[in-house]
Design a protein. Structure first.
Length: 491
C-alpha cells in the first residue's frame, strides 16, 4: 500500500456501519468460522500442554510457567466454558486478537456471553510482564507503568502489573464473565493441573468448603447483583483463601507471560543488534526516520543505557484517535437478555482512558485500587492511553490477515496509523455522515475528529512532513520487530 488511493482502500475494509454483519450483537458467519478455528487451536495447545503434566519440570520457576500457560488456555475459567484468556491473545497474531474478521469490523472481541463486547481492542500481552509497577514521575509529570490501555492494572498490590492484569478478564462481564473470583478458583480446583498448583503454591490453595449451589452460581454470567456482590457464599477464612489462590493463579499467568515463550527478543531487529543480519535499505531508512523525522522514538523507545529495546516508554498519551464506529459497545445501551447494560451512554460514550480510571469512573473491571494521591491527576489524563510496545506489531498468521491498531481498533493497517500520525493536523476534518457512517475519503483527503481532544499530543503527532515513501519505510522497519526471525546461516 503505497498511494493515498490504496490507503483509502485499506481503511474502507472497516468502513461499514457499526456492527455490519452483526444482528443485535450476533457474530457474522465469517467471524464465527474464524472463531471456531481459533477455539480449535486453543484446544490443541491446551491438550499438548497438559501432556507435560505426566513428566513436569522439577524447577519451580518452570512449573509456574507451565501452570500459567495451562491457565491461559483454559476455557473452563469463563462463565460459559467457551473462552480462554488466549482467545484475545494468540501467539500467531503477536499475542493480540487472532480473528481477522473481528479486527476488520468490530475491533473489539465478544466475551464468553457472545453478544457482549468490550469498548477496546485486545492489547498484546507479549513483553507486558516487563512493565514497571505504576508510579508517578514528577520530573516528567507522567504516570509510568501498569498494564491495560488505561493502566488500571497498577501492580501496586501484588508488585506485578501483569499479574493484576490477569485478574481483570475473569469477572469482566463483557469478557470471561464469571460473577465472582471464587468461581475461577472453584473451576481451577476441578482441572487436571490442580496437583501441580498445590505443589507450587501449597496444599491450602483449594482447601475450601464450597457451598452446595456453587455450580449454579458460577454458571450464571456476571456481574453479581449489587445486593449480593460475592454470590459464592464462603466463610471469612475460605473467602480469604479463595482470594489468595486467585492471586496465585494470576501470578502463574504473569510467570508464563514473562517466559521465553512470550518475551523472547528473537526479531530481525534483535538479530541486527547482535550483528547477525543487516537491514534492507528500506528498513534502515525506516529506522532512521523512526528515530528522527518521524519522532516515533519519543514514546516508542528503542532502549538506552541499561534499557531493553521495548519500543514503549510505558507512559500514556492521547494521539487523537477517532472514535471507531464499528464497536458494538456503542449499541450496548439497553439491558441484554440477562438484564445487563454494558454501556448506559450508548452512542455518546467517550473513552476517558487513564483519566477515567484515576477519577473512579465506570470500569468494566478494576483489578487494582486507585491510589487516592493520584486522583488529582485524573483531569490531566483524560483521553490518554498507555503507549503499547511495537514488538510483534506486524506479526500475523498469513499476509492477508488484518490486524487492528489503536485502543479502539480504529486503524486496520500499519500504513493507516503511520499516515494518521503524519497527517492528523494537515488534512481537514471529514464531514459528519451520521451514526456509523464513514467519509469515502477518510484517511486520504480528511480525518474524523478525535474521540476527545482533551490532553491531546500535539508535539509528536499531526504534521510530521513524511513522504509516502518515508511512511512505507517506517512500516517496513516495524516489520523487523516480529519475533521468530531466523538469521541466515553463514557459509
Amino acid at each position: 500500500m503505497t498511494t493515498a488511493a490504496a490507503l483509502v482502500s485499506g481503511l474502507a475494509l472497516s468502513a461499514e456501519a457499526p456492527g455490519e454483519g452483526l444482528d443485535g450483537g450476533a457474530l457474522s458467519p465469517q467471524a464465527q468460522k474464524e472463531i471456531v478455528q481459533v477455539e480449535a487451536e486453543i484446544d490443541r495447545i491446551e491438550a499438548r500442554t497438559l501432556t507435560r503434566l505426566a513428566a513436569p519440570p522439577t524447577n519451580q520457576v518452570q512449573q509456574t510457567e507451565l501452570l500459567g500457560k495451562l491457565l491461559m488456555y483454559d476455557k473452563q475459567l469463563s462463565v460459559n466454558r467457551n473462552e480462554a484468556c488466549a482467545f484475545c491473545h494468540m501467539p500467531e497474531a503477536g499475542f493480540t486478537g487472532p480473528v481477522s474478521e473481528l479486527n476488520r469490523t468490530t475491533g473489539a472481541y465478544p466475551g464468553s456471553v457472545r453478544t457482549r463486547y468490550s469498548s477496546r481492542k485486545p492489547q498484546s500481552h507479549a513483553y507486558a510482564a516487563l512493565s514497571p509497577v505504576l508510579h508517578y514521575n514528577p520530573g516528567q509529570g507522567d504516570l509510568v507503568g501498569g498494564n491495560f490501555w488505561d493502566m488500571r492494572a497498577t501492580g501496586r498490590r501484588l508488585g506485578n502489573p501483569a499479574a493484576e492484569q490477569a485478574e481483570g478478564p475473569p469477572t469482566n462481564p463483557v469478557e470471561m464473565g464469571l460473577p465472582d473470583i471464587a468461581c475461577a478458583v472453584y473451576r481451577g480446583s476441578r482441572r487436571p493441573y490442580r496437583a501441580m498448583f498445590e505443589q507450587v503454591w501449597g496444599a491450602q490453595a483449594f482447601a475450601i468448603a464450597w457451598p452446595d449451589d456453587v455450580e449454579q452460581v458460577c454458571d450464571r454470567p456476571g456481574p453479581a447483583a449489587a445486593a449480593d456482590p460475592l454470590p459464592v457464599h464462603l466463610s471469612a477464612v475460605d473467602r480469604g483463601r479463595a482470594g489468595s489462590t486467585f492471586d496465585q493463579m494470576a501470578q502463574s499467568i504473569a510467570g508464563y507471560e514473562a517466559s521465553a515463550q512470550d518475551t523472547n527478543f528473537t526479531s530481525k531487529y534483535d538479530a541486527m543488534l547482535a550483528g547477525k543480519v543487516q537491514f534492507t535499505a528500506q528498513e534502515q531508512a525506516g529506522y532512521a526516520l523512526f528515530k528522527g523525522k518521524g519522532q516515533c522514538n519519543a514514546c516508542h523507545r528503542d532502549g538506552g543505557p541499561g534499557e531493553d529495546p521495548l519500543f514503549t516508554d510505558f507512559t500514556a498519551a492521547n494521539i487523537g484517535t477517532p472514535a471507531n464506529p464499528g464497536l458494538p459497545y456503542f449499541r450496548e445501551n439497553r439491558p441484554d437478555a440477562l438484564g445487563y447494560t454494558a454501556n448506559p451512554d450508548g452512542a455518546s460514550f467517550v473513552d476517558g482512558g487513564v483519566g477515567n480510571f484515576l477519577g473512579n469512573g465506570r470500569l468494566l473491571s478494576q483489578p487494582s485500587a486507585v491510589d487516592e494521591r493520584w486522583v488529582r491527576l485524573a483531569a490531566a489524563n483524560v483521553g490518554r492511553m498507555q503507549t503499547p510496545t511495537l514488538r510483534n506489531v506486524d506479526k500475523r498468521p498469513y499476509p492477508e490477515f488484518i490486524k487492528a491498531y489503536g485502543h479502539n481498533g480504529y486503524f486496520t493497517s500499519l500504513k493507516a496509523i503511520v499516515h494518521f500520525y503524519n497527517t492528523r493536523d494537515t488534512l481537514p476534518r471529514c464531514p459528519a455522515h451520521g451514526p456509523g457512517a464513514r467519509d469515502p475519503g477518510e484517511g486520504a483527503t480528511c480525518w474524523p475528529a478525535p474521540e476527545t481532544t482533551r490532553n491531546m499530543n500535539t508535539s509528536h503527532v499531526g504534521r510530521l512532513g513524511l513522504t509516502d515513501a518515508e511512511e512505507d519505510a517506517i512500516v517496513a522497519f516495524m516489520g523487523t520487530l516480529t519475533d521468530g526471525f531466523t538469521p541466515p546461516s553463514r557459509p
